[in-house]
Write a protein that binds this ligand. Sequence first.
Ligand code: PMP
Length: 403
Amino acid sequence: MRPDLVGLKPYGAPHLDVPVQLNVNENAYPLPEVVIDSMRAAVDDHFAGLNRYPDREFTSLREHLVTYLNTINERAGDSVALEPEMIWAANGSNEVLSHIVQAFGGPGRTVLGFTPSYSMHPLITTGTGASWLSADRKDDFTLDAETVAAEVARVEPDIVFLCTPNNPTGTSIGLDVIEAAYDNCSGIVIVDEAYAEFSRPAKSSAMTLLEGRPRLVVSRTMSKAFACAGLRLGYAVADPALIDVLRLVRLPYHLSEVTQVLACTALEHAEVLLGNVDRLIDSRNRMAAHLAEVGFTVHDSDSNFVLFGNISSPAQLWQKLCERGVLIRDIGIDGHARVNAGTEEETDAFLHAIDEILAESPDILAAGPAAAAADSGARTAVPTDLPTRDDPTPSPTSTKGTP
Ligand code: PMP
């Protein structure tokens, strides 16, 4: 075994068979019948051809993604000149990110992220043999251009990860922060926009910055707002020259014929599949309002989940909710937990369980409701990327003192 992998823990959100699963930020709603029917018909035409390898360059899928992204950008009031050669796709955005880090990271290279953030960014990095460096977000989990510029200039990483809206905090960053990162390093800047479709009104994507920035890459996924987590389809948009390099690290025919056909069909039904986004935002807002009302601190979210704090023991809260059939995520941030927006019924079940737990154990709140409300701007210190029972990540190398 490689010595640098010894002691690391694999990604490990628990997959428990409980009725209300609000722990991995999926879209809570199943696929509508009309989409299922189209998918069935589309795959039917391809069975006989499964003796052949699929289109290595996923040509039709690239075209479908361009069409979809054009509507997304138009909706945000932007026009971005996209071509199929600017698109990459793989089995989930995890694989897309891993292709990028394999191609531009690797042994002897450094990758910088601003934590707390998505736990796979460091794991993907160390998997390629590159070193992970993390810099802290501010106490309210925001990031500003000045801080990012200074940190990136100091560390001079080969790759920078920015995540907006950020998992697990829900925080968005402005385009100025992305520009600041880009302008202050000579490496690749990855903007992970896995949850972008949940930002409403729509924010301008980092795609609007692609022109003239050949080191910028924006990754997205069909796993979240698009309700297709089981399909495994993520994609990235960047300069054709950057995309071309990814061909060196992908395995031949990495996207199966079935994946390509189903993804194209899903994209043809984009409007229907995104139809539940507003309902999920309503659920998220209802959760946030209720959690705040009963004494938790709640962080603003542009995504389909809520990070809440003022919890005396996140592990205990997780356990008590689990006993009531509700699965949330203990993401290893001191005094905090994350819950994702469910269907209306799931949201009711979660809030009902929270009320029951508070009635039975009011000390699950770290400070009383009144104290928490008075202190809502402040938080306890946040350790970043700590491996936890629920969401293990590799031990980070702090950038403090080790540029
Ligand atoms: N980026 C972020 C920020 C995520 O939260 C996730 C999934 N939790 C991913 C990427 C990967 O998603 P997928 O591989 O399903 O596209």
